[in-house]
Design a protein around this ligand. Structure first.
Ligand code: LLP
Length: 432
């Protein structure tokens, strides 16, 4: 839950706003974004990593309001598509504080990034290095470049969100020598200013040993570059991926502790290798916005199902589902849920919160104990939905994507409005 969430007499409030009131005003389902919580997590990273640059990873959740908060809190911004770059531009974010990622940026995206003057482009392939070099030379411009490398570590997380083992699409392999070749090519291209190496090992990671091994390997390459290519690269980025608690089983990452551990490894390795410490940066997304949001749904139907062995499970169907949170279906992610609208004296029963979409995998919360008298009209809130829920939301079954409602000091404000049928038909230009 976000830091301002409180429950009184069974009614959940966030940012001083009781969720039943929020739903009467803005409808259901809705994502609820706690401004104070978001800002305080952003500041916690900025302060813990005061000697670093903290790039918020926009892929977790991005909109102009959040971009403005990040600018005010002194963070930088990682974008990974032309669309995310457009949000940064529209919100007036300082372009020198933007890092542009992606394994297949289009020519048009690279041109736009160079023309806008982004602070750094993180290159991910030899084709891209060539393309970016010609974009800059045609325009007589220069751009800062980081080289994304693959450290060859196995991050302990879901296969689809681990990115530092060899057999996946991101980065230049350190082990094969591609990373060193890429650094040489960037160094030789007149319009490209070689800033440093970039490593991101994966997402929702709790075990810092993966970061440790990656940092060692990346620093070793950093030292090789200084020896063999003769350049001292001024920067290094260790990516994001810091895990958050989705259920009471998880122990969330603590920015201050992470900062201490990462700094210690880097200082130690640089001393051992005899190289100057590069300026470090990191890219947390989930750890900032994840806990700052919850989703509130209304229960529509309740059904009892008998399980093998005589147990029962209550299927609680809500008015959203995999179109607003695909993570359970896609990564087998765990979430929790609570009734947000009333107190219940009923004994808890094993429940599964499911959506309204046309497939059995449309599950929001796999297992949760909810009061046995859960019924239509109850509001159910799911915490920790700030990261990769709205940003991965879809219009599956022509669902209208829910709004993001900001809350602060007892007031609500619309951050993203609810979609309407007109939004659906805006792209349907068929014959009528
Ligand atoms: N930097 C780079 C280069 C990344 O690729 C990512 C995430 C991040 C930073 C931020 O990672 P975070 O701190 O948010 O874990 N859709 C998946 C997560 C995909 C992550 C992709 N890259 C999920 O819902 O778990």
């Amino acid at each position: 839950w976000s830091q301002t969430a409180t429950k009184a007499d069974g009614v959940l409030s966030v940012g001083g706003v009781p969720l039943p009131e929020l739903v009467s005003e803005h409808g259901s389902p809705a994502y609820v974004l706690d401004e104070a919580d978001f800002r305080s997590r952003a500041r916690a990273f900025r302060d813990a990593f005061a000697a670093y640059d903290v790039y918020y990873a926009g892929k977790a959740f991005l909109c102009t309001t959040v971009v403005r908060w990040l600018a005010e809190e002194g963070l930088s911004l990682d974008v990974c598509s032309g669309g995310e770059l457009a949000v940064a531009e529209r919100a007036g974010f300082p372009m020198e504080r933007v890092g542009f990622h992606g394994n297949n940026k289009t020519l048009a995206e690279l041109e736009r990034a160079v023309e806008l003057g982004v602070g750094r482009v993180i290159v991910d392939s030899f084709h891209e290095i060539e393309r970016l070099a010609s974009v800059t030379s045609e325009r007589g411009r220069t751009v800062g470049v980081m080289v994304r490398v693959t450290a060859g570590v196995e991050a302990h997380t879901h296969e689809y969100i681990a990115t530092a083992h060899e057999d996946q699409k991101f980065g230049f392999s350190i082990a094969s020598g591609d990373a060193l070749d890429a650094v040489r090519r960037v160094h030789e291209a007149p319009g490209l200013r070689l800033l440093g190496l970039h490593s991101h090992i994966g997402s929702q990671i709790f075990d810092t040993s993966g970061f440790e091994v990656a940092a060692r390997r990346v620093l070793a390459l950093h030292a090789t570059v200084s020896e063999e290519v003769g350049v001292e690269m001024p920067e290094m980025d260790l990516g994001g991926g810091f895990g958050i608690a989705y259920t009471t089983q998880d122990d969330p990452s603590d920015p201050a502790q992470l900062a201490t551990e990462i700094t210690k490894i880097v200082e130690h390795e640089c001393r051992a290798l005899g190289v100057a410490e590069p300026r470090l940066s990191i890219e947390p997304g989930r750890a900032i916005v994840g806990p700052s949001m919850c989703t509130v749904y209304e229960v529509g139907t309740v059904k009892e199902v008998a399980l093998d062995g005589g147990a029962r499970r209550t299927y609680v169907s809500v008015d959203g589902g995999m179109s607003d949170n695909i993570r359970t279906a896609l990564y087998d992610a765990d979430y929790s849920a609570t009734i947000a609208s009333r107190r219940s004296g009923s004994a808890p029963a094993l429940a599964r919160v499911v959506g309204k979409h046309c497939e059995a995998g449309d599950i929001v919360v796999k297992d949760e104990f909810l009061p046995g008298d859960v019924r239509p009209g109850d509001l159910v809130a799911v915490p920790g939905t700030g990261a990769y829920c709205r940003s991965m939301a879809s219009n599956y079954n022509h669902a209208l994507r829910p709004p993001v409602i900001g809350v602060r000091d007892g007031k609500t404000f619309t951050v993203l409005r609810r979609e309407t049928e007109a939004d659906l038909f805006a792209t349907d230009v068929g014959v009528l």
